[in-house]
Design a protein around this ligand. Structure first.
Ligand code: PLP
Length: 375
């Protein structure tokens, strides 16, 4: 069986977990949390990174920090994970679903201006497959209209747009360390805080609405309830796992780059002759090698290819179903049924096996199976 995804130990995970116990601190904000946060801050060159229990919770923190109130509108792609939207709906926001570009499958920035109203508060770009959204245009429009940009960068850690790291453009950005992402501790996430004015409140929201972080730094003489919040900090056991993975940053990314390149080279001719679209990475984007997907000409072809691979013990998976057509999207969304590219991509996209321990031999088996297939 060739799995779509597989959790992988990179070396020091178990040793670091043991060490966390020896340090007698396995709840939140221990040694490994500080190591992960410092590593990400240094690598990305950002003011502050706070690790969280998952990316969904980082998005919930972002919605609180953006002061989302009932009726505020957020502009968000319909082609994304539920959490990108749900975190804001929890605070009363109305999602305004925007369509995606047919080439990168990212929010179509050419449609942005037409969707802005007096109630718009946030633009939420999602860097699909770790290929950057058109941030120059998005930031310019946000600035002109006084909107907050929050990047859902769950796919894009260490990807770049015009030489600058994804996750460093918006006031806030969110990361995921879920099992399916490039770096994983099972369930985990981070909030990247690029606007220094939001740091103190972010620490409070993450610590149950208390000023506990300031207390531990000796900045206040007692800690108390000062704001709304929840418990968004991960156990140091998980951060020990994540730190081991981050320590293998270069080798993990090199492996994924090579895997991506092998699929891309092997499938060019096959795809071109069968009206199959391969991923497009604009020259000014340095992708994060999060996934390899292909776009079939129609739904029946996608389903046939999935079955063809399954017969050969190869697991491939489709991806997001349009949120504007979901039960909740219809109930809460401001516009409905106007995202034709999203609807077509949801039907036609297939993700191929892609994980840190996929062998070249298994990848060759996948490639051979694909080359045998004609829609
Ligand atoms: C994985 C993912 C999330 C959610 O991440 P969790 O860590 O599982 O909460 C959010 N947005 C996108 C785009 C994702 O791919």
């Amino acid at each position: 069986m060739i799995d779509f995804n597989k959790p992988v130990l990179t070396g020091q995970e178990l040793e670091f977990i043991q060490d966390a116990f020896e340090r007698s601190h396995v709840s939140g904000d221990g040694y490994y949390t500080r190591q992960c946060q410092a590593y990400l801050e240094e690598q990305l060159g950002v003011h502050k990174v706070l690790t969280t229990t998952n990316c969904t919770h980082a998005l919930e923190m972002a919605a609180i920090l953006a002061d989302i109130r009932a009726g505020d509108e957020i502009i968000v792609p319909s082609f994304t994970f539920v959490s990108t939207v749900n975190a804001f709906v929890l605070r009363g926001a109305t999602p305004v679903f925007i369509d995606i570009r047919p080439d990168t499958l990212n929010l179509d920035e050419r449609l942005l201006e037409s969707m802005i109203t007096s109630r718009t508060k946030v633009i939420l770009p999602v860097h699909y497959a770790g290929v950057g959204c058109e941030m120059d245009t998005i930031l310019a429009i946000a600035k002109e209209h006084g909107l907050i940009v929050i990047e859902d960068n769950a796919h894009g850690l260490f990807g770049k747009y015009r030489g600058r790291y994804l996750g460093t453009f918006g006031a806030l950005a969110t990361q995921s360390f879920h099992e399916t992402k490039n770096f994983s501790c099972g369930e985990g996430g981070a909030l990247v805080i690029n606007d220094p004015a939001l740091i103190e409140r972010a620490e409070i929201i993450r610590e149950k609405g208390t000023n506990r972080s300031r207390f531990f730094r000796g900045m206040v003489d007692k800690y108390t309830w000062v704001d709304i919040g929840s418990s968004y900090l991960p156990s140091d056991i998980l951060m020990a796992v994540l730190y081991a993975q981050l320590n293998n940053h270069q080798s993990i990314q090199a492996k994924r780059q090579q895997m991506w390149g092998r699929y891309h080279a092997a499938l060019q001719g096959w795809a071109a002759n069968r009206n199959i679209q391969l991923p497009h990475v604009p020259p000014h984007c340095q992708q994060s090698y999060h996934m390899y997907y292909i776009l079939l000409p129609h739904l029946a072809a996608r389903q046939a290819l999935m079955a063809h691979l399954r017969q050969r013990d190869i697991i491939s998976v489709f991806h997001y179903q349009p949120l504007h057509l979901s039960e909740m999207g219809k109930k809460f969304g401001a516009i409905q049924g106007n995202c034709p590219v999203t609807e077509s991509v949801a039907d036609n996209l297939l993700r191929l096996p892609f994980h840190n321990s996929l062998s070249e031999q298994d990848q060759d088996t996948v490639i051979s199976a694909l080359l045998e297939f004609t829609p």
